[in-house]
Design a binder for this molecule. Structure first.
Ligand SMILES: [Zn+2]
Length: 74
């Protein structure tokens, strides 16, 4: 399975150090949630709510654009 950075579209290939996020709204409040800074795990990367990032910078950009100040990052 091929993965692409959610922010810049770069294909992962054999690169190391990529990050995973898991989107969801499991918290009992009207806020979106995202789990960040998850170490790359090939298995978990295939989960349906996973988002993939080539770097912390791309992850931060995505979070700022998609979640703004209403994020509960855990
Ligand atoms: Zn990127």
């Amino acid at each position: 399975m091929e993965f692409f950075c959610k922010t810049c579209g770069k294909p992962k290939g054999d690169a190391e150090g990529w990050l995973l996020g898991f989107e969801g709204s499991a918290k009992p409040v009207m806020k979106y949630t995202i789990n960040l800074r998850v170490k790359w795990d090939e298995q978990r990367a295939c989960e349906s709510n996973a988002v993939h990032f080539c770097s912390a910078e791309c992850q931060d950009k995505y979070v700022a654009a998609s979640y703004g100040d209403d994020t509960w990052a855990v």
